[in-house]
Design a protein around this ligand. Structure first.
Ligand SMILES: Cc1ncc(COP(=O)(O)O)c(C=O)c1O
Length: 486
């Protein structure tokens, strides 16, 4: 005993000794009323100072794990001793958890592409990510924002906050959305843990009158997964170079009723397509005529490198209350903060606040408040300018390389952090991936984004975290592999 103690360098030594002894007691390795080594002995055994053991024993005594008998030494408190192996054997029972899991857990596991997805090995060029490049994060300004907010109200933001969100951040976002042309009358905001929680809260709260959701085909894989987890059937409507096909949308609406339409009008994932202003108006009008509320996903909206600004759908709706806008700081700033928002009808938000409170109480107030300070100080505008300049450069390089090296039939992506490639109908991008993997390059085959099992001739290339020379090398290798397969 006492031979397996290993010191970490960055934690107070007496706490490590205390935790070590605590483990021996609670795991039953030390017995009730067993005498512990003296402080000098244990110090020698563990190769720490005697004073360190004195401090550790004092804490163990305070926690009632050991007791002292004057003149005799330290002993293990009987009630602190964990179950013996024999006792543990009596209560042991191996649950077959698979039998206890429901459909939601099973579907979530089956659809978990992070587990089943393409693994990147060391040295591989990976076009699979569409996360921001952390090398662009301005750590000094984030640190400043953190210290500013902590000195102003650190004690308050470390306590419980409000389910609806941190008030200064909500007010900031209301102004932000107003600047995008949204009529705020009758609307309110709920802060969420990114877009994904916003979607989950909306889906959890919807009445499944028709049990069906309409979306673009292809679309965001996480959204499709969540529709399935919530038991909704999915109808995908094809996208054209200027957004959803209005004829096909009209046809789908005439054939079935829907509880919700999920649309990503700007720099859509995976196609990167921007829906034109005219189509936004026409699609919103069609959906309104058929009584289908819209969930608009504006996640990428700020990442525009050319063309003119197109107002979000919710800004086209005027005073109507049928559009829910979901925003997120995951692509345009820091995904690790997990902060997003829902802007929607006041009465709806009031219900969603209660759903949020019931599920997670609230989004971390510390994260929200530091983000608010960062935004308030004007750091976001500066960061976005720099990040956009860098992404625009990479975007243009990636487009140029795709045109030069990859003989695809169609390339789309008007902005954002990814491009989408389509090949001839019979072409199989999964087979292409296998061949590219051997050449040290990976990307995301398009099938996971499709609602109808299609898209086997498509692929998504995320370029945000790929170095310039790797964009060139990687697209060249993909192009060579395509030619070999043709
Ligand atoms: C279409 C779409 N919406 C939203 C998000 C962001 O989700 P979250 O805010 O939960 O990170 C992503 C991220 O990839 C996305 O592709």
């Amino acid at each position: 005993m006492f031979t397996d103690f290993k010191l970490m360098d960055d934690r107070p030594v007496y706490i490590q000794v205390k935790d070590y002894m605590k483990r021996l007691i609670t795991k039953g390795a030390l017995q009730a009323n067993q005498k512990l080594p003296s402080t000098r002995e244990l110090g020698m055994l563990l190769n720490v100072s005697r004073n360190t053991v004195v401090a550790a024993y004092a804490d163990l005594e305070e926690e009632d794990l050991i007791y002292v008998e004057r003149g005799k030494g330290n002993f293990v408190t009987p009630s602190a001793v964990g179950v013996t192996d024999a006792e543990a054997l009596q209560v042991s029972w191996q649950v077959d958890w698979k039998q206890h899991l429901n459909e939601l857990a099973r579907t979530a596991e089956e659809e978990d592409i992070m587990k089943r997805g393409i693994r990147s090995a060391q040295g591989m060029i990976s076009f699979t990510s569409i996360a921001p490049d952390e090398k662009l994060f301005d750590m000094n300004n984030f640190r400043r924002a953190f210290l500013d907010r902590m000195s102003l109200e650190g004690d308050i933001v470390l306590n419980y906050g409000y389910a609806k969100g941190y008030k200064p951040l909500i007010d900031y976002l209301l102004r932000y959305m107003e600047n995008k042309g949204v009529d705020l009358a009758g609307k309110d905001i709920l802060i969420t843990n990114g877009f994904t929680e916003g979607l989950d809260i909306v889906l959890s709260s919807l009445n499944k009158k028709h049990g069906r959701i309409l979306c673009e085909n292809p679309t965001h894989h996480t959204a499709l997964k969540n529709f399935k987890l919530h038991g909704f059937a999915i109808t995908g409507v094809d996208i054209e170079p200027d957004g959803i096909s209005l004829q096909k949308l009209e046809l789908a609406l005439s054939q079935q009723a829907f509880d919700l339409a999920y649309l990503v009008p700007s720099y859509q994932n995976p196609t990167g397509i921007v829906m034109s202003h005219e189509k936004r108006i026409a699609a919103a009008r069609l959906l309104a005529r058929h009584g289908v509320p819209i969930l608009e996903d504006g996640f990428n909206e700020e990442l525009r490198y050319s063309g003119s600004h197109v107002a979000p759908l919710i800004a086209c709706g005027g005073g109507s209350n049928s559009i829910i806008y979901a925003g997120s700081y995951s692509k345009i700033l820091f995904p690790g903060l997990r902060v997003g928002w829902l802007l929607a009808d006041k009465e709806l938000i009031d219900y969603l606040v209660s759903v949020k409170r019931a599920r997670t109480i609230h989004t971390s107030t510390l994260d929200q408040s530091v983000l608010y300070q960062y935004l308030h100080n004007g750091y976001f505008e500066k960061y976005l300018k720099r990040a956009k300049a860098e992404y625009k450069r990479k975007y243009e390089l990636a487009v140029q390389c795709c045109h030069s090296f990859i003989p695809c039939q169609r390339l789309s992506g008007d902005g954002g952090l990814h491009l989408f490639l389509e090949f001839e109908k019979e072409f199989d991008t999964r087979a292409l991936l296998d061949s590219c993997r051997d050449k040290g390059v990976i990307f995301t085959p398009g099938t996971i984004f499709y609602t109808d099992g299609g898209g086997s001739n498509t692929m998504r290339l995320g370029f945000s975290r790929v170095a310039d020379e790797d964009i060139i090398k990687g697209t060249k290798r993909i192009g060579e592999a395509v030619l070999q397969m043709m």
